[in-house]
Design a protein around this ligand. Structure first.
Ligand SMILES: [Zn+2]
Length: 284
């Protein structure tokens, strides 16, 4: 004879307060789940409306650029212009979310792939691609933007973007990396030191060499530096985190000078940069 099984009183397992919470609203997606940026809006100071409408310029669509682009859209930025002059190569594929083997074989341009990838990621995004050097953009180009993110791999282009941002008083967030190390600097003209203020003499010599050999463009062969995706991700994330703060009106909480990341020492350190009184970017 099977013994009868006593079914326990469900109230024993689900006391009244919890049972009361188990309404249809609790088990079905509520309003908060229907809002894509609900979790961001729970961060009190974060201004998602300002982020949605900010006009962003991304200079460089390589490894850091891919990470920055992805983070921008997932953070709510919707108006993004991508400038890059290169085609995708096989050596890019290990660090770039938006690039594929097919892009390499078809010789597609990085800026165009990233821009179209961003619009697939979010249908509300308007992303434009500009193929070419940043130095060749039309006069007044920078005045179309509220913030600029530098994802570049050469000093000259960085200095050019920095100077344009200083001149037009546009916040500029520069990212750089070398192997397991990386750096992020936030420039908010006219208040902070700029990229040129923080550059040393060796940077200057590199720039001079390139100018003296070519007149006005880069033609020297530059050895490629080591790079891997985890450092790229960290630097790209720091840049977009700073962009979120700037656009939300939290400039006071931004990186004051430059932050250096070292993935082998597990460190994130602030390097103080003084404003150089001779820097041409601060002359009124
Ligand atoms: Zn300066």
């Amino acid at each position: 004879m099977p013994t009868s099984v006593q079914i326990p009183n469900p109230k024993f397992y689900y006391p009244t307060p919890l049972t009361a919470l188990m309404t249809e609203e609790c088990i079905a997606p509520g309003l908060s789940e229907r809002d894509k940026f609900d979790r961001a809006k729970k961060i009190g100071w974060l201004d998602i409306d300002a982020i949605n409408s900010a006009r962003v310029l991304m200079v460089g669509a390589g490894a850091i650029g891919n990470e920055v682009a992805k983070n921008l859209v997932l953070s709510g930025f919707r108006d993004i212009t991508v400038v890059d002059m290169d085609r995708v190569e096989n050596s890019n594929l290990a660090r770039c979310l938006f690039f594929s083997d097919e892009d390499v074989s078809s010789g597609r341009m990085k800026a165009e792939i990233v821009a179209s990838g961003l619009m697939k990621l979010d249908g509300n995004v308007s992303a434009k691609a500009s193929v070419g050097k940043i130095q060749e953009q039309r006069d007044g180009f920078f005045r179309n933007f509220d913030i600029v993110l530098g994802c570049l791999d050469n000093v000259l282009a960085r200095l050019y973007v920095n100077a344009q941002c200083c001149h037009n008083r546009i916040p500029y967030i520069d990212g750089a990396m070398d192997g397991f190390r990386g750096k992020v600097q936030v420039i908010i003209p006219p208040d902070t030191p700029c990229l040129e203020c923080g550059m040393n003499r060796s940077h200057g010599r590199i720039a001079e060499q390139r100018f003296s050999c070519t007149g006005n463009s880069i033609s020297l062969y530059l050895p490629k530096i080591g790079a891997e995706i985890t450092t790229t991700s960290i630097i790209g994330a720091l840049q977009v985190r700073e962009a979120v703060k700037v656009i939300s009106g939290k400039q006071g909480n931004c990186i004051k000078n430059a932050v250096y990341y070292d993935g082998m020492k597990n460190s994130l350190e602030v390097l103080e940069i003084d404003r150089n009184p001779d820097c041409p970017n601060h002359l009124e």
